[in-house]
Design a protein around this ligand. Structure first.
Ligand code: PGA
Length: 251
């Protein structure tokens, strides 16, 4: 039997109480009672966690956060801890999204610490890795993604079997320029091998692709042997598009 896929929406800093309600209602109306072969999550801005927790209650839509503190508690103004996220029923949290690395200076070590805190609180970290256009053009893609993942493996040891990895080439995020299924598969295969050197359970670690995934290209990307799902930004804000991607991931 094929492994279950995971489709996670990343709303980024978008939404409002009214828009979230409309989106969740449309998703609930369009999803089958029981998803088959596919799990679904939405990563929402922190102020909306409670709202979306209640809007998604009783549906197969799981709740995700977009970031987590590397600290447990204390004088860290503006941050939210993994145990706080857990209290709102958060099942997944993105760590090391390229926008966090780029605009908030998050290093590989910080990202690894965040993954560790999430795991300790029972929240699954979705560890994002990916190269910039300049790095790809310089032939550094594999080196960059391997370095980013290595930090997380190093900090988390055997718990690595509990993470999700998302390969998101920075040049494909929000640009409409998707990696070809072959380009994505090539990187996913390298990441899988790296995970296999760290855990015997590498096959069950979901490896998501992200970067301009949409209703048109999802099926081809998801057909690749090492692509186990998608991290979907822009298209996750439109119910019809997100539902089509979920359908492409379902059996
Ligand atoms: P995009 O974003 O689908 O809008 O390219 C993906 C992401 O940043 O997670």
């Amino acid at each position: 039997m094929a492994k279950q896929k995971l489709i996670a929406g990343n709303w980024k800093m978008n939404g409002s109480l009214a828009a979230n309600e409309a989106l969740l209602q449309a998703l609930r109306a369009g999803l089958p009672q029981q998803l088959s072969g596919c799990a679904v999550a939405v990563a929402v801005p922190a102020p909306y966690l409670a709202q979306v927790q209640s809007l998604a209650a009783g549906s197969p839509i799981q709740l995700a956060a977009q970031d987590v503190s590397q600290h447990d508690a204390g004088a860290y103004t503006g941050e939210a801890s993994a145990s706080m996220l857990r209290e709102f029923g958060v099942r997944y949290v993105l760590v090391g999204h390229s926008e966090r690395r780029q605009y908030h200076g998050e290093s590989d070590v910080t990202v690894a610490a965040k993954a560790q805190k999430a795991l300790a609180a029972g929240v699954t970290p979705v560890v994002c890795v990916g190269e910039t256009l300049a790095e790809r053009e310089a032939g550094l893609t594999m080196e960059v993604v391997r370095r980013q993942l290595a930090a997380v493996i190093h900090a988390n040891g055997h718990c690595i079997s509990e993470i999700v990895v998302a390969y998101e080439p920075v040049w494909a995020i929000g640009t409409g320029r998707t990696a070809s299924p072959e380009q994505a598969q090539e990187v996913h295969a390298v990441l899988r091998l790296q995970l296999a050197a760290a855990t015997q359970q590498a096959d069950r670690i979901p490896l998501l692709y992200g970067g301009s995934m949409n209703a048109t290209n999802a099926a081809q990307l998801l057909a690749q042997p090492d692509i186990d799902g998608g991290l979907v930004g822009g298209a996750s804000l439109k119910a019809a598009d997100f539902l089509q991607i979920i359908a492409a991931a379902s059996v």
